[in-house]
Design a protein around this ligand. Structure first.
Ligand code: AGP
Length: 611
């Protein structure tokens, strides 16, 4: 998603802070970048398509400096990724500069109205209506803050935005509605605004989060005022300390973040269970749910809402909660849930699953149920994120920063947490309770053994990288994994891929199978394995190549599949956490074999903060 950084302070270092902040946000995906900074009484603005480095290069050496600067990395929503459409956007005399994340849904009517007032537009973007609106209102009042307030009153849709103006060189204006914005306060009293705390980390951990319908005026003196638009009052909010470990966010010796994050699997499972499972006493302790423990006793229906990979973790959670806690669960993807008309009751709980905690389609689910009295729980990785702050309670994933666009370790953490929630809700009434707690304690070592297969998986990735199509199949707990494996191959290796419940093949997808359409069969030990064997036979009868994941010791699979990747034996409910590492590594190595930008796949963003 778009990245926003703004700096104002007593030191002339704004441009380098902004550029460094944009580079810290590069992992989120974008296609162009720009920066504007105060130079004397004027504002200088530079934009480039491509990477932030292209912008740095275009600024020349030494990097120009300023005490006031704003910058942006753009992931195109309205308007193609061109230099003109890159942010910042500005008014005719370049006295007002705006960087924006989100979508102004009424931009067409605002554009038409401004054109009637004589305003001319230079770009195709929705954002450009903002500087012209500010210009219009700034002509009506001596207070730029009033002009800012009036402009915000006109905007519909979603925005995280930062504004600078040569009319007030000692101030930055920023506002938030549906798209994240955070203020960082440095020891030197400089104020840094950003769409993601990762841009602040090199400078401070003291932050103030803006909530929806709030704006902030940040001054060079280091003072700032927070204002609530809805009830038009000033807001007092103390700074909080960010829970973020910059070392964990670094690449280390790995070639890509995705590989690093896959190799964090053992630690991810440990971190997700740390202090939460006590096999000796057989207790699952989820401190984040204690405040709603009484309400949870009356929950008779759970709806899990998430997007993409998080929704597949949710589907695994559905299987586990239904089996272990006996509560009906339904998984819905965020973009559909928002528009469905379905009954809710006070005994329904909503569980939203999100790595970034900023996914607009998932946030929309929380907004939708606000007035239904539904218990809102979060399974989130990014602490302090919008979703984390909108839910009644929740369980953090503690997976650490996930920088690759493809979600890997977060998927493991999300399902591990959902499995713990299933056990927590079962109140120990399932005979699987103790065996699962003991297995979860053993799982990090088993994950290490799966990672030892990396070279074997890499060789298979080379062997299969040339195919244009792939089928993934699985049964029971393996089925959500077939969907996740498919998504990974699509988004990382840009290969068309289909994911199906193995039993569904004969109902249509089998027609696709021939010698050019291989199948990745997840065929681990379970009572359904014999049936998966039959599916593999059906595929082989059509000359379809088969690459299988199987449990160590299974010799029969060798006669059925062309290639086999073995994983350690585990319980049905925990096997997906091991098999997931295989499908993630396979997608990663195919992408590398194809020479693709594996950490930043084309067209995708790490955090999709627009609907
Ligand atoms: C996962 O590999 C994708 N990048 C994407 O599907 C992602 O899982 C989805 O956008 C949800 O993101 P979230 O977990 O941050 O809400």
């Amino acid at each position: 998603m778009c990245g926003i950084v703004g700096y104002i302070g007593s030191e002339e270092k704004g441009v380098s802070v902004v550029l460094g902040g944009l580079q810290a946000l590069e992992y989120r995906g974008y296609d162009s970048a720009g920066v504007a900074y105060l130079s004397g009484d004027d504002i200088v603005v530079t934009k480039q398509t491509g990477r932030v480095q292209a912008l740095v290069d275009s600024l020349g050496e030494p990097t120009p400096e300023s005490a006031t600067a704003i910058g942006h990395t753009r992931w195109a929503t309205h308007g193609t990724p061109t230099k003109a459409n890159a942010h910042p956007h500005f008014n005719a005399n370049k006295s007002i500069m705006v960087v924006h994340n989100g979508i102004i849904e009424n931009h067409t009517e605002l554009r038409e109205s401004l054109k009637k007032q004589g305003y001319e537009f230079q770009t195709e973007t929705d954002t450009e209506v903002i500087p012209h609106l500010l210009d219009y209102y700034a002509k009506e009042t001596d207070s730029f803050e009033e002009a800012f307030h009036r402009t915000l009153d006109q905007l519909r849709g979603a925005y995280g935005l930062v504004v600078m103006t040569s009319r007030e060189p000692d101030a930055l204006y920023a506002a938030r509605l549906g798209s994240p914005l955070v203020l960082g306060i440095t020891d030197a009293k400089a104020l840094i605004l950003a769409s993601d705390p990762a841009a602040l980390m090199a400078h401070t951990k003291q932050v103030v989060y803006l909530n929806d319908q709030e704006y902030i005026v940040a001054r060079r003196s280091g003072e700032y005022t927070l204002h609530n638009l809805k009830n038009d009052v000033a807001v007092e909010r103390p700074a909080e300390t960010l829970d973020y470990d910059a070392d964990k966010a670094s690449l280390g010796d790995y070639p890509h973040f995705m590989l690093k994050e896959i190799h964090e699997a053992p630690q991810t499972i440990r971190s997700a269970t740390l202090g939460r499972i006590k096999p000796e006493s057989g207790i699952v302790k989820l401190g984040g749910l204690e405040s709603v423990a009484d309400q949870l006793k009356y929950i008779d229906r759970i709806v899990i809402v998430a997007c993409g990979t998080a929704s597949y973790a949710g589907l695994l959670g559905e299987y586990a909660i239904e089996e272990l806690a006996g509560i009906p669960v339904e998984v819905q993807i965020g973009s559909e849930f928002k528009y469905r008309n379905e009954p809710f009751s006070r005994s329904t709980a909503l569980i939203v699953v999100s790595q970034s905690g900023e996914t607009a389609d998932t946030i929309a689910a929380l907004k939708k149920v606000e007035n239904y009295g539904v218990l809102k729980l979060g399974v989130v990785n990014a602490t302090g994120s919008t979703i984390a702050r909108m839910t009644d309670a929740g369980v953090y994933c503690h997976a650490g920063p996930e920088q690759a666009v493809a979600s890997t370790k977060a998927f493991l953490a999300q399902y591990t947490i959902l499995l713990l929630i299933a056990l927590y809700l079962s109140n120990g009434r399932t005979e699987q309770y103790k065996p699962l707690l003991e297995e979860l304690n053993r799982l990090p070592q088993k994950a290490e053994r799966v990672l030892e297969q990396a070279e074997h998986i890499k060789s298979l990735a080379k062997k299969y990288a040339h195919y244009k199509d792939f089928m993934y199949i699985g049964r029971g707990y393996e089925y959500p994994l077939a969907l996740e494996g498919t998504l990974k191959l699509k988004e990382c290796a840009l290969i068309h891929s289909e994911g199906y419940a193995a039993g569904e093949l004969k109902h249509g997808p089998l027609a696709l199978i021939d010698e050019n359409f291989p199948t990745f069969a997840i065929a681990t030990n379970s009572e359904l394995l014999e049936k998966t064997y039959s599916n593999i036979e059906e595929i082989r009868a059509r000359k379809g190549p088969v690459l299988a994941i199987a449990t160590e010791g299974n010799e029969q699979i060798r006669s059925l599949a062309d290639d086999v990747i073995y994983i350690p034996d585990s319980l049905e409910q925990t096997t997906p956490l091991l098999a997931a590492i295989v499908v993630q590594l396979f997608a990663y190595y195919v992408a590398v074999e194809k020479g693709l930008d594996v950490d930043k796949p084309r067209n995708l963003a790490k955090s999709v903060t627009v609907e």
